[in-house]
Design a protein around this ligand. Structure first.
Ligand code: ARG
Length: 585
């Protein structure tokens, strides 16, 4: 469908051209939903913005626009408010008609884009032989939601895991293992990742202290890069080991990713450096090969470099990203690349994008976006850690959420005198616990830091996963109680909306398309969370104020349709956030 907002925009754009000429064809009609019914359902500010350029009174401009709108079948006659706002109120019949359309559509009226474009979402991307930390958890949850939203809209999404599986750390690790645990270099699963991480730390200490060890480590990197069989074998074992650990988290969170790590681009790195050289972009600075950036300076005002090759000849994180960019543009043929990492990497990406453009690697037609996010903090606002002060293991973090959800559930069952099977309890606890963690992250503006607080995320009230899951369960309860199959509801008689609470809910249901399209460009999934939270509130209000099963027809069927549409919207919306619903909880 064309969303209501788009229909209003088209109509206002048309009116602007008719009233003021084609120069205004590209003017943004500046329409947004209102949050106060006093101002109708949508409001346009365009007349105010045109007052200066047109040298006219904004109210007069607003009137000329209104005179040329063709919205009789959709809205009551638009009104002018205050200095020149135009207010639109949708007609109940039009709302009923739209509700019917989405009732009959599995996709709830959300169209797929045509033609299909290819998009890469580069997310999660932990580092081999290191612990996957809370920053990677955020990237995983946010990246997965973005990928799901774009997939639902019909994009051909490539979900890439750009794991850190290459570089000097492997030389260090292999050199250390040769001394300490040679079997780990030849036998699969001789170590677990916990060991790997602590071994990595020990290796690093040796590397920093012992010159001979340093030489060995460097030699291992050279061997690895030269493709020496036993080094490669050892490297593969180490990667496999980490991979298995990462997979535990991905399985738990239901995340699909295609691994294409840094090592994949290794064969192309030299080429990148020569290309930069050819373009005359390369400069040597303190022995390293760099490209100096425009618009990035240090505190003395000197331009900052993007380092592409170190003094020892090794390549950098940025070189790999340039090679990856080139590959994604040329070989994958993408239209858009989305990188989901913490805000700390904003400069890295800005630098990479700038250099790629200059080097002709990144054409105008390809959009690259860094999607930054803030830190995960403990309840106390400080860096999140265990009681003993160590970094928190992701698996433990998720298990605790499930454990707490289970306790909450058991208390509730006892209070309500309900008996449930252990399977039911475990399933509900797992869905609630994991949804709570995902939703807590996705309901915040991702650019802010967020506090990891179990009590808050598991609260049954407020903008939380449990609250939304309940709002979904409620219509299912109605259907069970009234023995109603929502998919068999009458589709002939007109949907009637007489009560204010019904209208408010109906209009909100119809905004889903606008919200999804907005998120497709802003890449801020919290907009969907807010939409779903408000939807749940509006449904709960309708439910409190209006009889459903006991109402007379046609109200009864109309309200059942609203209940069904609410549930389907919540289910769809949550699925876009990577969250499953429960039929009972
Ligand atoms: N491995 C990196 C890290 O842990 C994230 C990689 C993000 N993706 C990229 N193309 N640079 O910080």
């Amino acid at each position: 469908m064309t969303s209501i907002l788009e229909q209003l925009e088209n109509s206002v754009s048309h009116a602007l051209v008719v009233a003021f000429g084609t120069e205004l064809a590209a003017t943004d009609p500046l329409i947004a939903p209102t949050n106060n019914p006093k101002f109708g359902d949508y409001q346009s500010n365009v007349a105010l913005s045109l007052a200066k350029p047109l040298k006219q009174n904004p109210r007069a401009i607003a009137q000329s626009i209104i005179d040329n709108l063709q919205l009789e079948d959709k809205c009551d006659p638009p009104t002018i408010a205050g200095p020149g706002f135009i207010n639109f109120t949708l007609k109940p019949d039009y709302i009923s008609e739209l509700l019917r359309k989405i009732q009959l559509d599995e996709r709830l009226g959300i169209p797929e884009v045509q033609p299909t474009e290819k998009v890469i979402v580069d997310f999660s991307s932990p580092n081999i032989a290191k612990e996957m930390h809370v920053g990677h958890l955020r990237s995983t949850i946010i990246g997965d939601a973005i990928a799901r939203i774009l997939e639902f809209r019909g994009y051909d999404v490539l979900r890439l895991n750009h794991v850190g599986d290459w570089g000097t750390q492997f030389g260090m690790l292999i050199a250390y293992l040769r001394e300490a645990y040679p079997e780990a270099l030849t036998t699969a699963n001789a170590l677990d990742i916990g060991d790997l991480v602590s071994l990595y730390k020990k290796a690093k200490v040796r590397f920093d202290e012992d010159e001979e060890f340093k030489q060995n480590a460097r030699q291992e990197v050279v061997n690895l890069q030269a493709g020496a069989e036993d080094s490669l074998h050892a490297w593969k074992l180490l990667c496999d080991q980490s991979r298995q650990e990462f997979q535990v988290i991905y399985d738990l969170l239901d995340i699909k990713l295609e691994e294409r790590g840094e090592s994949f681009y290794n064969p192309f790195l030299e080429d990148i450096v020569s290309k930069l050289e050819q373009k005359g972009l390369l400069e040597e600075s303190e022995g390293a090969q760099c490209v100096f950036l425009d618009g990035f300076t240090n505190k003395d005002g000197d331009p900052l470099p993007l380092i592409v090759q170190k003094t020892d000849g090794g390549f950098n994180y940025a070189t790999t990203d340039l090679a990856a960019l080139k590959y994604r543009v040329k070989e994958d043929g993408v239209a858009r690349i989305i990188y989901v990492t913490d805000s700390g990497q904003a400069n890295h990406f800005a630098g990479v994008f700038q250099v790629a453009k200059k080097a002709g690697i990144l054409p105008e037609s390809v959009e690259v976006v860094h999607v930054p996010f803030g830190l995960v903090l403990g309840k106390d606002g400080k860096r999140i850690k265990t009681r003993s002060g160590e970094t928190v293991k992701l698996k433990d973090l998720l298990d605790e959420a499930i454990e707490r959800a289970k306790k909450d559930l058991e208390t509730r069952l006892q209070e309500e005198g309900r008996q449930e099977t252990p399977e039911f309890i475990n399933h509900v606890a797992e869905v609630v616990g994991l949804s709570a963690v995902k939703y807590a992250d996705l309901s915040q503006n991702r650019t802010s830091d967020y506090k990891f607080d179990y009590d808050k995320m598991l609260d049954l009230k407020g903008n939380t996963a449990p609250y939304l899951l309940y709002a979904y369960v409620r219509p299912q309860g109605i259907s069970r109680k009234g023995n109603i199959d929502f998919s068999q509801l009458d589709t002939d008689t007109q949907i009637v909306l007489t009560e204010e609470a019904e209208l408010v809910l109906a209009k909100h249901i119809l905004q889903l398309e606008e919200v999804i399209k907005e998120v497709e460009s802003t890449l801020l999934p919290n907009r969907i969370s807010l939409y779903l939270f408000e939807l749940s509130q509006k449904f709960n209000q309708m439910y409190e104020q209006c009889e459903i099963l006991k109402a007379d027809e046609p109200q009864r069927t109309s309200r059942l349709i609203l209940a069904d549409l609410t549930a389907r919207t919540i289910k769809l919306g949550l699925s876009l956030l990577g969250i499953d619903v429960l039929e009972r909880m």
